[in-house]
Design a protein around this ligand. Structure first.
Ligand code: ZN
Length: 408
């Protein structure tokens, strides 16, 4: 949470902690209690009720920084010629001549006038056109400028848009890529709530105190969709999406506006099976994504137990230990990730066949290795290790353990 200042937060405060958590309850509702698609794709597609994608709030921190708070604001153009004296204002009062040659990018500037002898900056006007002639510049405005400004000076303000910038991630999160950081900020330009999710590690959202809770959760759900690897639905990312989707924060319908979380509609409540599958694949295979999941913190509740002979053909990310029960065989044909602190525990006669792939730690650390025991009670501190028997672990076709701690 980036506040403008302690006394003037212009953002959520400590009092809003419960409301912020509720925002994530809503986001998780959109992802896990999905509705049927309003706009049907050309082919028949299953409707999954839950995306099985859940965002977990770990911690809320508060910062005060005026500069970082301001995501879209007007900042004075840096130029030695400014503020410039006004030479004349034309009859229509939309044209002003000033001394010197000035040129700024069209569409990204505002002019601000200051009357002689007054310290504070006065009115702002949108400039439309700059024309240089000899040592003078003519500026054409979109609206009439009051004639009394003719005696004053003018300066220019550039609109700076930091909606998608990485400065908050670097400055406030020290570029920590173990979490998806959500930065709540503001803007000095008058704007409704807005956001940008350009990275798996951060999401910037702004002006949330201007919007309703439901609308904010809808916006966050969409931006988080970008963070986890999804694109807009105006051009379909996958073939189970409609060919077109009209954008514009409009009500969804069955003709041209979807209710997809990745569309620009007012009823974001749907993801297609392939959108969901894409996210799950990304978070099973890509270490740079896996490291942000809850499964990178060892938790015995996430222990995976093999109770019958099993073959894994798709990548697995496990957040606890992997236990193979007495006499059972687990055949692994895919990548498996275990967190720091996790073991593979083999009971008597249990077998692990690792076929042409890797068991590793995709969270950036190591995992703790293989333990052998007669029977595992569920409590590792009481486990009585026994010696490895031949054939307990079979590494085939280049199958290997990586990022495993040295074992005694
Ligand atoms: Zn978007």
């Amino acid at each position: 949470m980036v506040q403008y200042s302690k006394t003037d937060p212009r953002n959520y405060t400590e009092k809003d902690t419960a409301a912020l958590k509720q925002q994530f309850d809503l986001i998780n509702l959109f992802y896990n209690e999905m509705e049927a698609p309003t706009l049907k794709p050309t082919k028949e597609v299953d409707h999954l009720r839950s995306a099985r994608i859940r965002f977990q709030v770990v911690e809320i921190r508060f910062h005060q920084d005026e500069r970082l708070w301001d995501r879209i604001g007007l900042h004075p153009a840096e130029n030695r010629q400014l503020p410039a004296a006004i030479d004349s204002i034309s009859s229509g009062r939309k044209e002003i001549w000033i001394a010197g040659n000035h040129m700024y990018r069209i569409g990204n500037k505002k002019a601000q006038f200051r009357r002689e002898g007054m310290q504070h900056l006065d009115m702002q006007f949108d400039t439309a056109f700059f024309h240089r002639e000899k040592k003078m510049t003519k500026i054409i405005f979109r609206e009439s400028v009051p004639v009394e400004y003719a005696q004053g000076k003018i300066t220019f303000y550039m609109e700076e848009d930091k909606n998608c910038h990485d400065d908050l991630f670097h400055n406030l999160a020290q570029s920590d890529s173990s979490y998806l950081h959500v930065f709540y900020t503001g803007a000095s330009a008058r704007k409704m709530a807005f956001g940008c999710g350009p990275s798996p590690y951060y999401l910037n959202v702004s002006n949330y105190t201007n919007g309703g809770e439901w609308a904010n959760a809808q916006l966050s759900a969409h931006e988080l969709g970008h963070c986890v690897g999804l694109s807009h639905t105006d051009f379909p990312q996958f073939d189970d999406l409609p060919k077109k989707d009209k954008f514009g924060f409009i009500d969804c319908d069955s003709i041209e506006v979807s209710n997809n979380i990745m569309g620009y509609n007012k009823c974001r409540r749907y993801l297609s099976p392939k959108q969901i599958a894409w996210v799950h694949q990304e978070y099973s295979l890509k270490p740079y994504r896996i490291r942000t999941t809850a499964y990178c913190t060892y938790n015995p509740q996430y222990t995976w137990t093999i109770r019958k002979n099993t073959t894994w053909n798709r990548a697995m990310v496990i957040g606890g230990d992997l236990v193979i029960r007495k006499g059972k065989t687990l055949t692994v044909n895919c990548m498996v990730s275990l967190p720091e602190g996790a073991h593979i525990i083999l009971e008597e006669g249990a077998k692990l066949i690792l076929n042409g792939n890797v068991i590793t730690n995709n969270c950036g650390g190591t995992w703790n290795g293989v333990l052998y025991c007669r029977k595992f009670s569920g409590d590792k501190s009481r486990l009585k290790p026994v010696k490895k028997k031949k054939g307990n672990v079979q590494l085939q076709n280049g199958g290997r353990f990586e990022r495993m701690q040295q074992q005694n």
